[in-house]
Design a protein around this ligand. Sequence first.
Ligand code: UFG
Length: 346
Amino acid sequence: MGKKTVLVTGGAGYIGSHVTVELINAGYDVVVADNMSNCDLTCFEGVKEVTGRTDIPFYRIDCCNQESVETIFNAHAIDALIHFAAYKAVGESVEQPLKYFRNNLDSFITVLSVAAGHGGCNVLFSSSATVYGETDRLPVTEESPRQPAMSPYGATKQMCEDILESSVKAAGTGIKGMALRYFNPVGAHPSALLGELPRGVPNNLIPYVTQTAIGKRECLTIFGDDYPTPDGTCLRDYIDVVDLAKAHVAAVGRMVDGKMKKDYEIFNVGTGRPVSVLEIVRAFEKANGVKLNYRFGPRRAGDITAIWADPSLANRELGWTAQRTLEDTMKSAWEWELHLAALNKK
Ligand code: UFG
């Protein structure tokens, strides 16, 4: 059997670039599509350097544009499609809901329509643990009910899951689907050639930590120290981005090898290990021998106390388990920040 081809939309972004590397390492041909609305070419250049492949087909297109997506399906026989192309800032989605609904739904509907028009393919959707909302049944399994979305961003994740499931069920689309629900993706590639590129002041914890450590930000504020958790700070399941990328390779393998047990499947992708904000700060300081300036502040609106995954279904069915330690992850995040600082000095 010849090599399988995977189309990665949003493949120049944070998670997409790591997934592209791991797919290529696993022997897939990868086609990347990205409109570069929230990234530059840094990560895609990093992908080429890490894989030694300078010939990765790259389409600078907007996935909301059907003709552009058609161009890709006309040029390549796509066996699987991984859809990352979406806006992802929770706070911005509250301020500009229509921008989020229009882009995130339209891009997914467009790629699904084109895929169906070309006889269908395997579709992996990049979903989020945000679909579970606040739940007191922890750890969270795939059976846990979805809660009303806490933001328009979260709503688009729920709706896209539903759109995929309905497309799979409809006769004649030829689409099989999988949703991976990520917990908190963090860290960077061990080469320090690709990682997260937050625009402006970061909302997420790890970029704020690394930017504080390097002096771009004065002080990290830990949002809340009075949560009902062992040390009073929130608990999350921080999944290393390389482990996360490898889960995608396992998932694509299951789809293209015809091993799915249902035509639409859902998997949690997490470590199963709850870690507090304070533990993150300490792990970062210890792994890198760096002192972090931090203080406690009030709770952040909309934050939930604790959420972490039960990843046993993915462990069992995908044959995948998170491997990297928190120390590995904290080191990689710091190396990436140092790499970015060096690039800016050029
Ligand atoms: N935090 C701080 N200070 C900061 C930033 C974050 O204390 O400056 C804390 C938050 O309060 C939270 C933890 O660090 O307790 C993690 O916060 P992030 O913003 O990094 O991540 P969230 O858990 O809020 O959000 C993540 C993803 C979203 C997704 C959500 C729910 O970024 O895309 O999980 O699954 F929607």
